[in-house]
Design a protein around this ligand. Structure first.
Ligand SMILES: O=C(CO)COP(=O)(O)O
Length: 255
């Protein structure tokens, strides 16, 4: 079964009501491939989720950028997975490197979050990725394998998981991974899934790339056989997000 191309737009902590309306209008007017070909998931900050939901075209979906690790309750400032379900938000981004580094989210904590969100029927964009120091010391695969293991140890429903490989050194830096660099890690991750989770999960799980993806570099990355889409930060707030949605042409493996 072919893996459907997936493009997520992570707006991070950006936007005003006016800006949100402008971006949604721009996306609503765009001509893009059908949702049978490309799955598009937009992730505004929590407070704008209802607004975007009310305005957004029906073929695009929504993701929250985080949720609480367990059932909601006395956790001031948190948003629970139950609330996302109640609001009709199908996806949640978990384990983003900004949360791992700035808020000290550990592999185990991210694994618990993923498992809890999945248990409520949410679909999860689970983020992993190494720092520059880790890459330079040759530990990229060990780092992303440990991050993936913490998720795999607790998550059973892989059909609802998209794995986002986002090297920390490429996020917001303009230093995109080369297609070969990204493909190499994606292939290794697929092998890891094969050996540690199962052949079916390895063959069907979408592994998407994130980190300085833009309208100019997306096509070459999208052509790699194991890159199944993108998680886009800065460029998801701009018109070039439409070019990224349209970036899938022919996979290198099919040439
Ligand atoms: O962190 C990212 C998406 O989650 C990537 O951000 P940039 O596309 O701005 O590098």
């Amino acid at each position: 079964m072919a893996r459907k191309f997936f493009v997520g737009g992570n707006w991070k902590c950006n936007g005003t009501i006016e800006e949100v309306k402008k971006i949604v209008t721009m996306l609503n007017e765009a001509e893009v491939p059908s949702k049978d070909v490309v799955e598009v998931v937009v992730s505004p900050p929590f407070v704008f989720l209802p607004l975007v939901k009310s305005l957004q075209r029906p073929d695009f979906q929504l993701a929250a950028q985080n949720c609480w690790v367990r059932k909601g309750g006395a956790f001031t400032g948190e948003i629970s997975a139950e609330m996302l379900v109640n609001l009709g938000i199908p996806w949640v981004i978990l384990g983003h490197s900004e949360r791992r580094s700035l808020l000290n989210e550990s592999n185990e904590f991210v694994g618990d979050k993923v498992a809890y969100a999945l248990s409520l029927g949410l679909k999860v964009i689970a983020c992993i990725g190494e720092t520059l120091q880790q890459r330079e010391s040759g530990s990229t695969m060990a780092v992303v394998a440990a991050q993936t293991k913490a998720i795999a140890d607790k998550a059973s429903n892989w059909a609802s998981v998209v794995l986002a490989y986002e090297p920390v050194w490429a996020i917001g830096t303009g230093k995109v991974a080369t297609p070969d660099q990204a493909q190499e890690v994606h292939l290794e991750l697929r092998k890891w899934l094969h050996d540690n989770v199962g052949a079916e999960v390895a063959a069907t799980t979408r592994i998407i790339y994130g980190g300085s993806v833009n309208g100019a570099n997306c096509k070459e990355l999208a052509a790699q056989p194991d890159i199944d889409g993108f998680l886009v930060g800065g460029a998801s707030l701009k018109r070039e997000f439409i070019d990224i949605i349209k970036s899938l042409t022919v996979k290198k493996s099919q040439l």
